[in-house]
Design a protein around this ligand. Sequence first.
Ligand SMILES: Cc1cc2nc3c(=O)[nH]c(=O)nc-3n(C[C@H](O)[C@H](O)[C@H](O)COP(=O)(O)OP(=O)(O)OC[C@H]3O[C@@H](n4cnc5c(N)ncnc54)[C@H](O)[C@@H]3O)c2cc1C
Length: 455
Amino acid sequence: MDALLERLRAGLPAEALITDPDVTASYAHDMASFCDAGTPAVVVLPRSVEEVQHVMRTATALRVPVVPQGARTGLSGAANASDGCIVLSLVKMDRILEISPVDRIAVVEPGVVNATLSRAVGELGLYYPPDPSSWEMCTIGGNIGTASGGLCCVKYGVTAEYVLGLEVVLADGRLLNTGRRTAKGVAGYDLTRLFVGSEGSLGIVVKAVLALRPRPPQQLVLAAEFPSAAAACDAVCRIMERGHTPSLLELMDRTTVRAVNAMASMGLPESTEALLLCAFDTPDPAADLAAVGELCKASGATEVVPADDVAESELLLQARRSALPALETVKSATMIDDVCVPRSRLGAMIEGTAAIAEKFGLTIGVCAHAGDGNTHPVVCFDHTDPDESRRARASFDEIMALGLELGGTITGEHGVGVLKKEWLARELGEVGLELQRGIKSAFDPLGLLNPGKLF
Ligand SMILES: Cc1cc2nc3c(=O)[nH]c(=O)nc-3n(C[C@H](O)[C@H](O)[C@H](O)COP(=O)(O)OP(=O)(O)OC[C@H]3O[C@@H](n4cnc5c(N)ncnc54)[C@H](O)[C@@H]3O)c2cc1C
C-alpha cells in the first residue's frame, strides 16, 4: 500500500488522491442491488490524460487492479470496487473540448454529464440523442462503458451509433486512438465499437468524438390508458407496423404509475393497467399523434389524451423519467432488470413477468422502452426479510430466462457487470465466451482492468 501511494503521488497532484477510508468506501458501489463490492485501496481523480497514463503505468508495474468509474449510476455493479483496487474516477475530466456544427461532432472528456452536453449542443441548434433517464447525473464515459440507451432511442438509436472515435489509455499506459472524426471511415477493425459497452474492461476512455444531429422540433406527447398491458403492447405493434416513427414510445404499468404518483404527485391515472406514452418530433406532431391515438383505440385504449403543448409534454416525460426512483420507494430494496425482446414479443414478456410476480408472491413493477422491446421489470422487496430476498433473486433470474426464451437478450442497456455474469455465459454460448475472453486478454493480459466484471 505504501509503495502504491508513493508511486501514485510521484505523478499526481495531492488533491487527485483520496485515501481516507470513510471517503473511499463511498466510491465502492454503483446503484445496483445484490452486487458484491470490495474495499478500494485508493481513489484517484485525474484531470488529464497524462495523469491517467501515470495511474495505469503504476497499476501495471505493481499489478494493482483498476476500476474506472463515472457517476456510479450504473445498475449492474459494473463500477463496483474490487478489494485493494485503485478506483479511477473520471468525473473531474469534464470539459467539452469542441463542438463543430459543420462536422456535426462534439469532442468531449469522459466526465461530461450527459445533460450538460445535450444543453451545450442544443444552444447551437444541434442534438446529442442518447438520453438515459439518469441523464442529469450520468457521464459520457459511463454511457460509453455501458452502451446506454434512453427514451428517444426508438427513433434515434443508442450510444453505440453516436461514438465515432475514442482516445483510450490502455492497461500498460499506452495511448490508443480509435475511429475517426469523419462522416465515414472503414479503416481496419472497428475498435471504437468494441469499446462501447466494454464496461471498463479493455481500457480507460479519456476522450470521445461523438456524432451530433440537427436539433429536431420539440416533441409532443400523447398518453393512452389501457385495460391491460397486453392491449398496450398490441398498440405498440400496430404503431410500428404502420411505419410511424415516434421519438418516444414508453410504457408504465399500474404499479409504476402509482409509485410515480406517490413520490411526485404527478396526477397520472391510477385506475389504468398500463399507460403508454407516445411522442412525435415531426413537422406535424399533432397529426401523427391523432393517427396513433386511433391505433391505440383500436387496441382497446379507454382514454387517449394528447398533451396540449410542450410544457405538458415535458411533465409526462418527467413522470416517465422518475419511474425507477419511484419504484425504489415501494419497498426497502429493488432489483432492476433490463431484458430486451423483439418488439413483437413484448406482450408475452410483460404477461410472463406478471406470472412470475404471482408465482413468487412479489411486487414487480414494469416500465419499458416499449418501442425498443426493452423492459425494466423492477422487483420490489424487503431486504431485511431473507425469504423475500431469496424470492426476489429467484424471480429476477426467471425474468432473464423468459427473455432468452422469447428470443431476447439479458440486457438491453444496463450491461452485465457483476449482476448478470452467469447469464452472459448462457447468452453468448461457449464459443462466443471463449472469443470474448481472448479479446479481453489481448487488451489487458494481466487482467487488471475492472476484474470480476462481465465474465
Ligand atoms: C434513475 C436511473 C435511471 C436510469 N435510466 C437509464 C436509461 O434510461 N438507460 C440506460 O441505458 N441506463 C439507465 N440507467 C443506468 C445508468 O445511468 C447508465 O448505465 C449510465 O450510462 C452509467 O453512467 P455513469 O457515469 O454513472 O457510469 P458508472 O456507473 O460509473 O460506470 C458504468 C460503467 O462504465 C465504466 N466506465 C465509466 N467511465 C469510464 C471511462 N472513462 N472509461 C472506461 N470505462 C468507464 C465503468 O467501469 C462501468 O463499467 C439509469 C440509472 C438510474 C439510477
